[in-house]
Design a protein around this ligand. Structure first.
Ligand code: ZN
Ligand code: ZN
Length: 344
C-alpha cells in the first residue's frame, strides 16, 4: 500500500525524540550532541556546547574527535570512531550519514533514515562560503531539526570579505599600531586567518596558544593557514607587535600591547549595542551561523514537512515558516519529551 503523507510524517517524527539528555534516536539507540553523559553519542562538531566529555561511545568526524581530544584530553570518551562525511553507517535499525554543515572544520549534519522516513539534525550550520571547511550539503528530508541562533529578520550577515577588508584598511591607516582581533579559538579564529590569506595578507599572524593548538588540527586536516607565531615571552616587549595582526580569544592580551586597535569578530556585532559594548574599535560581523535568509532558504531547500527549531528565537522563525511555507514548524522545546524510562 502506498504511504500517505500523514503516515510518512508520523514515521519521521518517531525517528527522534527529545529527552532530558538531548535528542535521542530510538531506532539506532544513540543521542545527538547529548547534554549529559550517555552510552552512545554522535557529535556534530567540536564546540563545547555540542561536544562534551564522558560518553561511552562517540561517533564523529576525525577533526571533531581531534578537537575533543585537544579540549578534554585523549580519554574524553570510552571509545571513539571516525566517520567520514558522506559515509553511511547502520546503527541498529537506522541508517546514519554525516553531511557537511559548513559551520567549522569537521562540522556535520546528522541524516537518519528509518523505515523509509528521514530526519536531519543540522547541528550549527551556515550557507556562506568558508575556506576552512566544505559547504553545507543540501539533502531532502521529512523532519529537519535546525539551529536558529540568528533567527530574526534583523540578522543579515554581510559578505565576510568586506569585513576582512575593513581590518586590512585599518592596518594600512594605523600601520604603527597592533591590531588585536578577538575571536573564539576553535573555528572563528582560523576562518579569520584563512580569509586574511585569501585577501592576500601573507605576513606572519600572531596567535594565542589556544588558537595555535587548534590551528595545528587544521593543518593536519589539510587546511593551510600560512605562517602563525604563538604569543609567549615576546609579549614582554609591547612594541614588538606594532603594525601586526594578533588573534586571541575574547578577554585576552589587550593590556600587554601598546595602543592596540581592538576588534571582535562575531555575528553578534550586527547588533549595535553588542558592537558598542564588546566590539572594540573595529567590530567585525563574521558569523559561522546561518542568518535569517539562510535559515529560511535552507528550510525551503530541504523540503521538510516538519521543522523543529532550537537555539535562539524559535517562535519568530516558526511563525514565519508556518505562514510562508506551510511547514509544520515549532520550537523543539514545544515537542513533548519522551516519557520517563523510554530511553535507556
Ligand atoms: Zn558551533
Ligand atoms: Zn552551538
Amino acid at each position: 500500500m502506498p504511504e500517505t503523507p500523514a503516515q510518512k510524517k508520523t514515521g519521521a517524527q518517531t525517528i527522534l525524540i527529545p529527552t532530558a539528555s538531548g535528542l535521542y534516536c530510538p531506532a539506532g539507540d544513540f543521542y545527538i550532541d547529548p547534554t549529559r553523559k550517555v552510552a552512545r553519542a554522535i557529535i556534530t562538531h567540536g564546540h563545547s556546547d555540542h561536544a562534551r566529555k564522558g560518553h561511552g561511545a562517540v561517533l564523529a568526524t576525525r577533526a571533531t574527535l581531534a578537537f575533543m581530544a585537544l579540549r578534554y584530553g585523549k580519554n574524553f570518551a570510552g571509545t571513539s570512531q571516525i566517520v567520514k562525511e558522506g559515509e553511511t553507517l547502520t546503527l541498529g535499525d537506522a541508517k546514519v550519514t554525516l553531511l557537511a554543515a559548513g559551520h567549522m572544520l569537521g562540522s556535520v549534519q546528522v541524516h537518519i533514515e528509518h523505515q523509509g522516513a528521514t530526519a536531519i539534525i543540522s547541528g550549527d550550520f551556515k550557507r556562506s562560503a568558508d575556506p576552512t571547511c566544505p559547504s553545507f550539503d543540501v539533502r531532502p528530508c521529512d523532519l529537519f531539526v535546525a539551529e536558529a541562533t540568528f533567527a530574526l529578520p534583523i540578522y543579515r550577515h554581510p559578505p565576510p570579505e568586506g569585513e576582512i577588508e575593513k581590518l586590512l584598511l585599518s592596518l594600512h591607516l594605523f600601520a604603527d599600531r597592533p591590531h588585536l582581533v578577538h575571536a573564539y579559538s576553535i573555528g572563528k579564529a582560523q576562518r579569520v586567518i584563512a580569509l586574511l590569506r585569501q585577501a592576500g595578507y601573507d605576513e606572519p599572524i600572531h596567535v594565542h596558544k589556544a588558537i595555535a593548538e587548534a590551528s595545528l588540527i587544521y593543518e593536519n586536516e589539510g587546511v593551510s593557514l600560512g605562517s602563525l607565531e604563538t604569543l609567549g615571552a615576546d609579549l614582554s616587549d609591547p612594541q614588538a607587535f606594532d603594525g601586526k595582526i594578533i588573534l586571541s580569544p575574547p578577554g585576552g592580551v589587550a593590556e600587554a600591547l601598546h595602543a592596540p586597535v581592538t576588534s571582535f569578530a562575531s555575528g553578534w556585532m550586527r547588533l549595535k549595542s553588542a558592537a558598542k559594548s564588546r566590539g572594540g574599535d573595529l567590530p567585525l560581523i563574521l558569523s559561522d551561523h546561518a542568518d535569517w535568509d539562510e535559515l529560511v532558504t535552507t528550510v525551503k531547500d530541504v523540503g521538510a514537512e516538519t521543522l523543529w527549531i532550537t537555539h535562539g528565537r524559535e517562535d519568530v522563525l516558526a511563525a514565519h515558516i508556518k505562514e510562508t511555507l506551510g511547514v509544520d514548524a515549532k520550537a523543539l522545546s514545544a515537542v513533548p519529551f519522551a516519557p520517563e524510562g523510554l530511553q535507556p
